[in-house]
Design a protein around this ligand. Sequence first.
Ligand code: NAD
Ligand code: UDP
Length: 346
Amino acid sequence: MDQTHSAPKVLVTGGAGYIGSHAVLELLAAGYRVVVLDNLSNSSAESLRRVTELTGKPAPLVVGDIRDRGLVTDLLAREQVQAVIHFAGLKAVGESVEQPLAYYDNNVNGTIILLECLAAAGVRALVFSSSATVYGDPQQVPVPVDAPLGPTNPYGQTKAMIEQILGDLAISDPRWALGILRYFNPVGAHPSGRIGEDPRGIPNNLMPYVSQVAVGRLAELAVFGGDYPTPDGTGVRDYIHVVDLARGHVAALARVLARPGKFTVNLGTGRGHSVLEIAHAFEKASGRRVPYRVVGRRPGDIAQCYADASSARQLLDWQAELGLAAMCADAWRWQSDNPQGYGEAS
Ligand code: NAD
Ligand code: UDP
């Protein structure tokens, strides 16, 4: 697609964040125009500066909150977007247990306000960041997209509630085009090493934790549980390269721009990897040691979860291309080139 004035323009909420910044890069590379709305509560404007550096294309940022009705209304009037990719939200499971109201307000209320502003502006195409966490402890793996939902924490509840709201909206007005993307475990970074995941404080998630052990910021990996009913006893997840995930959004965007209706897909590789496999793959990619110690299970964790991603192949003609070696190599390049994340640059 040409980056001409007629190329569709997309509002990317949360576009300065980890997945959002990679999606903005892929959208620009595919020829879309973008405008980002982000309150920078968990990100840095530096990510978008680097996206522009990498693509040579503008990635304008409006610093503001999706719950600010006036700001969103003005932005939509000014920017004339054709669609929205909605990443903005809070995402830490543990924090959501401690601060449920902040999560319901930011994620659910924020999405309702955004949808109301979109309806008023006549923009009815949206792609939403959901999560495999809506399945809770899945009854079967690979998890089919029609598996029953059963979120086990407030964060997961917010995602399930938003999915419900989007489903009801699609029924109420068939002009809406709504894509629900359930991500499995996004990891890795852009192969340039210029953008990546920059968690605040000590990471909760496995891959950024392992990266920080390898670079020497953290002493050792605590492996949460060695007695799960999995091949090596450690938890199994479907890790997906963030660049593959970002490209899934480009495919989903094309669909919501092309036709109304609602669809839901799993975005994963369909392959499960254990915690120890990740640690060993990371050692290989980095040439560094990742010392670890097996400790007790983390409360609320499940044994295994990986995707049946066939719906994404069918509906979006998308499938993950990048394997574990690339995920680890790219995470390592980002970590070693930016040991403090965007720290000094932001
Ligand atoms: P992130 O925190 O890096 O990105 C979210 C962005 O939204 C941040 O830049 C933050 O500043 C912004 N934001 C938060 N609340 C906002 C608000 N009210 N108004 C405007 N901006 C706001 O997280 P991420 O990993 O890039 O995740 C993006 C989306 O994908 C989130 O909705 C998350 O729940 C979902 N998701 C993430 C994962 C994962 O493992 N990273 C897995 C499944 C789903
Ligand atoms: N994990 C671990 N040590 C850590 C962080 C995570 O052993 O410091 C394990 C966790 O128990 C799970 C897997 O790594 O089996 C992925 O955890 P993460 O928090 O990244 O994703 P989620 O559990 O939300 O799928």
